[in-house]
Design a binder for this molecule. Structure first.
Ligand SMILES: [Zn+2]
Ligand SMILES: [Zn+2]
Length: 126
């Protein structure tokens, strides 16, 4: 593979992750990248995602179901919503628990951060 082709593929795969409404799985990145680059193999996706992750351009998102997903780095604090019908994961910008950070529970636990995954049906699946 030439360096130029690799750079183009890397940019296209990053754009797929950047445009997404939430963190994407490797399979979703593969499927969506193939619309721009039809013969893109899964090994290229794995390799490119690893490169983007090491370069801190994307973040790894681990949901409670154990599935590893990736989203653009630097999005700031937000929650995730998982649709039980189409299985897609979406970003939720509103955080009802933001006020908890910096408070201490009655048992003495100082809360610094939290991760929340909400489940239901997305607008398309209702
Ligand atoms: Zn859905
Ligand atoms: Zn997210």
């Amino acid at each position: 593979m030439t360096g130029q082709r690799q750079t183009r593929q890397r940019r296209q795969i990053f754009e797929v992750i950047e445009r997404a409404e939430g963190p994407l799985s490797i399979a979703e990145i593969h499927e969506q990248s193939r619309r721009a680059v039809p013969n893109l193999g899964i090994a290229t996706i794995y390799r490119t995602v690893k490169m983007l992750h090491e370069a801190d351009e994307i973040h790894l998102v681990s949901l409670p179901d154990g599935e590893t997903r990736y989203e653009k780095a630097g999005l700031g604090h937000h929650e995730h919503f998982r649709c039980r019908v189409c299985k897609q994961v979406f970003d939720l910008p509103d955080c009802p628990l933001a006020y908890l950070s910096g408070t201490t529970t009655k048992d003495g636990f100082l809360i610094e951060d939290h991760e929340l995954t909400l489940y239901g049906r997305c607008a398309h699946c209702q």
